[in-house]
Design a protein around this ligand. Sequence first.
Ligand code: HGY
Ligand code: MN
Ligand code: MN
Length: 415
Amino acid sequence: MEQGLRVAAAVSEARQWDRLMELAKIGAIPGDGVNRQALTALDRAARRLAIGWAEAAGATVTVDEAANLWFRLEGRDPSAAPVITGSHMDSQPAGGRFDGIYGVVAGLEVLSALRDSGVTLERPLEVVAWTNEEGSRFSPGCMGSMAWAGTKPVSAFAEIADAEGVTFGAALAEHLQAEADLPRRPLGGKAHAYIEAHIEQGPTLESEGLAIGIVTGIQGSRWFTVTITGASAHAGTTPVSLRRDALQAAMRAIAALNALTADPTDVLRFTVGSFLAEPGSSNSVAGRVRFTIDLRHPDDALLMEKGNAITALVQEAAYPCTAEIEERFTAAPLSFDTGILDGIEQATQALGLSSLRMPSGAFHDAQLVARAVPSAMIFVPSRDGISHNPAEFTSSSQLAAGTRALAAALVRQAA
Ligand code: HGY
Ligand code: MN
Ligand code: MN
């Protein structure tokens, strides 16, 4: 643990905060927020900043065919399976300055602290920025980590289009062309351990006055897209009895889904986050409605039971309109590696940081990486538990404490 404490001591709160604030200028939106969508020029501008910092820390830079961006610092044994840390650089459309990007900057800070402390590890250390974790431009999320872990091939996402009709395949090709100066590395590979630092995005750590969340696992998530088709009609001349009103049908369907997912224990999470009625004119009956479903629960059987009931329920409620339901994303509930969790706890104790073992309500790339590599996560507090909102905030000292715990935990895995 001594080496880990040396590297942790070399973590600079100011350097890390300055880097985060520099990145927050790229895609800045009012209210201290960020809108930096995956595979855009803004995403590439942020990546170039990170590349510069990684190279200054002595790391080599590569990109894989899913556009995951890699920073590698060699250890004494270049043939050893690396230890990996990182997160995502893309944001929600009305995102904050810390979701995802903190985990990448924390990894970069550990690279800089290794250089400053003169510590050389046995294993290589790699910092990764995963492509499209949020899934807000191209649904679903976690495309980069799914491709890397072998859950789905990159080609499976090629035809998925954004709101402007740009396909993921086209955006990826444009992006890789723009980063053609970076050496390419094959997708996938072996790793000894993966530890991701992330903001909690919930109220627990702050309300209990704790510094570090030792994340024991992640609840399951299922994403669906519902398309309800009726018939567009004149709002003035068409009798209600003759209408096939897709918007009214969608309201019936969502009411039925609310009944299906009602949970007095407030554990089940059901969200309709996106709703589009077409043609979207005040004097035309809606002919088509598309809405999304985000369903989550820590118990796999319950998540399967509720999720599997959606299609029949929506189709029945939508009649006389028709409904198509497509499942876009499934991530089963997951428990992280107990050995790595114990190592994180020992790191927090050695650093004198208060901590709590806790599950994650949000999904993360670690949920997909854990299919291929022993993984775990570290949380830092979120002010008022706010995230996916410009008001998202974590203080520089809280972020630095998380990065010191990350540094000590990574060194323990890589020493
Ligand atoms: O949606 C999630 O749970 C993650 O924050 N993208
Ligand atoms: Mn995130
Ligand atoms: Mn997020």
